[in-house]
Design a protein around this ligand. Structure first.
Ligand code: ZN
Length: 484
């Protein structure tokens, strides 16, 4: 029997507020010594009272609106009770039955089609402290305790690993566009829980689901799901039953491992937080937040296609990172050939970024729009070859040369040799020095021409116009054949 996975995802994202959710502690704790960004409130001392962070509420509403959610007239806070050393109060302030926003959706592109993934709710809670498990004991750092944490819960609408990949990637992009979260998984700013069950393909009923908690990267999400799909398939195919349970992911061994048995909502004994009033969400305020929503990735992609004549693929690459999209727009304003600019960025910038040889900020500071204009204009007019253009990028970006591209091209005489007379002499030399490839070509081996073109390019240090070299070589060789 063929099975289909049914997957739902909870995404937790730390909000980029300056202070914590219910106290004034600074959230910028990365690299700080343990337990230095703390106060009686986030340490859960008796008798303290929480104060709601307005910015965190606003960021949650912005996110909900960007995900097409409804914002109710009122919201409230609830205590989620459990005992664990990362939770000093013995409960987490969260939201249970009246989340800040609900009933939204996110569209993903899959197999050339759009698919709608429903979002059940986007709510706000506080992060827990961080535990460090050592040999025989554990240490607690409360710097993270009380940092505002967004929770985005999808309906179980995802049907494949690829859909999951699209969904989490797009969600992260949107959070970064909105400026509400860094989405930096290496710093723990974005974490995931997934639930997965299998059912016969085309079926209606849901199978028994397994939850996988504490996933800290896209890779952990995708690999744990891949593993769990196979594990469940094997059990079902051999006539077994899936046990409803909570698992963790052992990334080193590449397996899911059972944790505690399934917790039901009532295990947490949710009840309204008596120390915080319900919040009335005034329509005027919601309206003003909505009016400030920035252009989101889908809209930007469409605009790039329309405005700059880009392909869907190119536009998609650019808008995947708002800073990259902004950089592109800065360049294209000065050099209005979208295709040239995006090709150049794909060829030069993206490999440097991927190899970690330059940061986007460094690149931006070294390549102001007028530099890009000078370089691309020289290349598009055929004054320099692609390899020269690449050299100039390296010299400026990595070599730290602060001359402008045009200055470098002129002073280093990098301009392409398009002078037929000069090239003609070099070509004659190459023909003379390479009798074997010449004979091969004349004998019908077309491939030998590529070797000869390469020799001319070498002799000119890559500065010859390759199209012209090709043309002149063929012309010379034809004449030789006629005179033979
Ligand atoms: Zn505090």
């Amino acid at each position: 029997m063929e099975y289909e996975p049914v997957i739902g995802i909870e995404v937790h994202a730390q909000l980029l507020t300056k202070s914590k959710m219910f106290c004034g502690c600074n959230t910028d704790y990365m690299g700080a010594p343990p337990n230095t960004h703390v106060c009686p409130v986030c340490l859960g001392m008796p008798g303290v009272l929480p104060v709601i962070n307005r910015k965190a509420v606003e960021y949650t509403i912005v996110t909900g609106l960007a995900l097409n959610c409804q914002v109710p007239e009122a919201t409230k806070w609830d205590r989620k009770n459990y005992h664990y050393p990362d939770l000093p109060k013995g409960y987490q302030i969260s939201q249970y039955d009246l989340p800040l926003t609900r009933d939204g959706c996110l569209e993903i592109d899959f197999d050339g089609e759009r698919k709608r993934i429903d979002i059940r709710r986007v709510h706000l809670e506080e992060d827990t402290a961080k535990l460090f498990h050592e040999e025989g004991y554990a240490l607690v750092d409360f710097n993270r305790s009380g940092v505002p944490l967004l929770e985005i819960v999808s309906e179980p609408d995802l049907r494949s690993i690829e859909e999951v990949r699209q969904y989490v990637t797009k969600l992260r992009t949107i959070l970064r566009y909105l400026g509400v979260s860094s989405g930096d998984m290496e710093k723990g700013a974005m974490r995931f829980e997934v639930n997965i069950s299998l059912r016969p393909r085309g079926g209606e009923e849901y199978g028994t689901r397994v939850e996988i908690k504490n996933l800290n990267s896209f890779r952990a999400v995708l690999n744990s799901l891949k593993y769990e799909i196979e594990r469940q398939k094997e059990i079902l195919q051999s006539g077994g039953k899936i046990k409803q349970e909570t698992m963790g992911w052992d990334g080193v061994r590449g397996v899911t491992v059972p944790q505690r048995s399934k917790e039901y909502a009532h295990d947490y004994r949710y009840f309204p937080e008596p120390d915080l009033p319900p919040l009335e969400l005034k329509r005027k305020w919601i309206g003003s937040i909505k009016a400030r929503l920035p252009e989101l990735p889908d809209a930007k992609r469409e605009r790039f296609i329309q405005e700059y004549g880009l392909s869907e693929y190119d536009a998609g690459i650019l808008v995947a990172d708002k800073e990259v999209a902004d950089l592109f727009e800065g360049y294209v304003k000065v050099y209005p050939k979208g295709k040239s600019v995006v090709n150049w960025m794909s060829r030069e910038l993206f490999p440097l970024l991927n190899e970690g040889r330059v940061t986007l900020e460094e690149f931006r500071s070294k390549w102001p729009p007028d530099y890009v204009h000078e370089l691309l204009d020289s290349y598009d007019r055929g004054w320099i070859t692609q390899s020269t253009a690449s050299q100039v990028v390296t010299v400026i970006t990595i070599g730290g040369d602060d001359r402008s591209p045009r200055c470098i091209i002129e002073e280093e005489t990098l301009a392409q040799i398009s002078d037929e007379e000069r090239l003609g002499a070099i070509i004659e030399g190459v023909i003379e020095e390479n009798p074997k490839p010449v004979a091969d070509y004349l004998g019908g081996k077309e491939g030998a021409l590529r070797y000869l073109v390469g020799q001319v390019m070498r002799a000119t240090k890559g500065k010859a116009n390759p199209g012209l070299v090709n043309e002149l070589l063929i012309k010379n060789l034809k004449e030789m054949a006629q005179n033979m």
